[in-house]
Design a binder for this molecule. Structure first.
Ligand code: CA
Length: 252
């Protein structure tokens, strides 16, 4: 049973969400403010998914999102916001959210989205991993290593990298990426995708710098072999291996 934490200060919405998610088979906790949410995160069972209202009485929602992200790197965070300014959405995504829904929303949409996220995070794969140069994507451990150094990726960043890795060298359309990594019935802005690609590139570059620092060489001199993510304007993205060879480890 997946554990879902609802962080929402409006008692009516919180109650409705709690009831609907429980009826849908999830274990649900509700926090009506940021302080309670952090207490639940700190002491409760592992949280699989957090529904987080950005407008809370006691704490800035974006800041809370960052704190939840750093204490629960593997959980999915879906931001609920009445704000329709796209900037707020971007700030929320950069603060660690995987997805967002703008109010007003229907329970059916929320339940479908939650189910899609939880199904995704337990999805299995025919292979056990991918290797691109110095980068290893280990599916069984759900981790990514660059010359043995962990590349810390959030759930959606990992899945995005994995989706591109499965078709390395091939163009993957924005629609496929949104459908496969986020939701098959995605109808919102695909800004989410661009923000995640930007963060994924940044994390890979940061990891390469850390490897170089550990090797004691100047930036760019350790010869770290990384795949790159190429933007295909008007179409989507492509993962380009550092060389033409793509090694795939078959499941034993
Ligand atoms: Ca609120």
């Amino acid at each position: 049973m997946a554990h879902v934490l609802v962080v929402e200060d409006d008692p009516t919405i919180a109650r409705e969400l709690g009831t609907a998610l429980t009826a849908d088979g999830h274990a649900v906790s509700v926090a009506n403010d940021g302080r309670t949410a952090m207490a639940r995160i700190g002491t409760g069972p592992g949280t699989d998914l957090v529904l987080l209202d950005l407008g809370l009485p006691d704490v800035d929602g974006v800041e809370l999102c960052q704190r939840i992200r750093s204490s629960q790197p593997g959980s999915v965070i879906v931001v609920l916001t009445a704000r329709t300014d796209p900037m707020d959405v971007v700030v929320g995504l950069e603060a660690g959210a995987d997805d967002y829904l703008t109010k007003p929303f229907t329970l059916a949409v929320i339940l479908a989205r939650v189910r899609a996220h939880l199904r995704r995070s337990s999805v299995s794969d025919d292979t056990t991993g991918y290797t691109f140069g110095d980068l290893v994507i280990d599916l069984r451990a759900r981790r990514c290593l660059l010359r043995g150094h962990p590349v810390v990726l959030r759930a959606k960043e990992f899945e995005l990298l994995l989706r591109l890795a499965r078709e390395a060298g091939a163009a993957v359309s924005r629609e496929s990426l949104m459908a496969d990594v986020w939701d098959e019935n995605w109808f919102g802005s695909t800004k989410t995708l661009d923000v995640h690609v930007a963060m994924l590139r940044r994390r890979l570059a940061d990891a390469a710098r850390e490897v170089e620092a550990a090797a004691g060489t100047a930036p760019g001199r350790a010869g770290v072999d990384l795949p790159s993510i190429t933007t295909l304007r008007g179409y989507g993205y492509r993962l380009d291996p550092p060389d033409a060879e793509v090694a795939t480890t078959e499941r034993r």
